[in-house]
Design a protein around this ligand. Structure first.
Ligand code: HEC
Length: 164
């Protein structure tokens, strides 16, 4: 008798596992994780008005929370190539991806948050766009985190760093 109840339980559990609700959930995740498709320059995406408003300077106020959010997003999306300290030595690079310039080169240090955001939105050279993965608000957060990273490196090393 107990065995029979156990078996029924197993059958019910198995039924849950293949339930359509779960399959729907999986299907909707797939549509979010679409493969990267290059966007021709000048293309206007759907939902652009709200996006543009969120990207318009001066952007959100720079608070410790915003920068902390930027650090978290940076570690998720950018450090695999740029490295945790922005020196262009992330794990992807160690596997053969062309190394990005160090964030501590004078030229990159001179980039404004807006210019960093443009790189995230449109990509640059061998770096592809992160527009479909990083929300506009988060682009500000990441850009301000990078500026802080550059300032901190300059402060700890002294008179800034020479280009690698
Ligand atoms: C797959 C590797 C990769 C990832 C991930 C990546 N980048 Fe890059 N990034 C590059 C490469 C390569 C370059 C150099 C591009 C070139 O000049 O050809 C670059 C260049 C840059 C530059 C310098 C642009 C300039 O003017 O020289 C900035 C700023 C930048 N990336 C920011 C980011 C941010 C922010 C993220 C995360 C949202 C990110 N990158 C994620 C590979 C990557």
């Amino acid at each position: 008798m107990r065995l029979a109840i156990g078996l029924i339980g197993l059958v019910l559990l198995a039924a849950c596992d293949t339930g359509t609700e779960q399959r729907d959930a999986v299907a909707s995740t797939r549509t979010v994780q679409r493969p990267y498709v290059p966007v021709p320059p000048g293309t206007i995406a759907r939902g652009t008005a709200a996006q543009e408003a969120a990207l318009a300077p001066p952007g959100p106020q720079v608070t410790p929370d915003l920068v902390a959010r930027g650090e978290e997003r940076f570690r998720a999306f950018c450090s695999p190539c740029h490295g945790a300290s922005g020196r262009g030595d992330g794990t992807v690079v160690s596997r053969g991806f062309p190394p990005p310039p160090s964030y501590h080169e004078e030229r990159v240090k001179a980039l404004s948050p807006e210019q960093i955001i443009t790189v995230i939105t449109r990509g640059k050279g061998r770096m592809y766009s992160y527009a479909d993965r990083v929300l506009p608000e988060d682009r500000w957060a990441i850009a301000h985190y990078i500026k802080q990273l550059q300032r901190d490196a300059g402060a700890s090393v002294g008179q800034g760093e020479a280009s690698p």
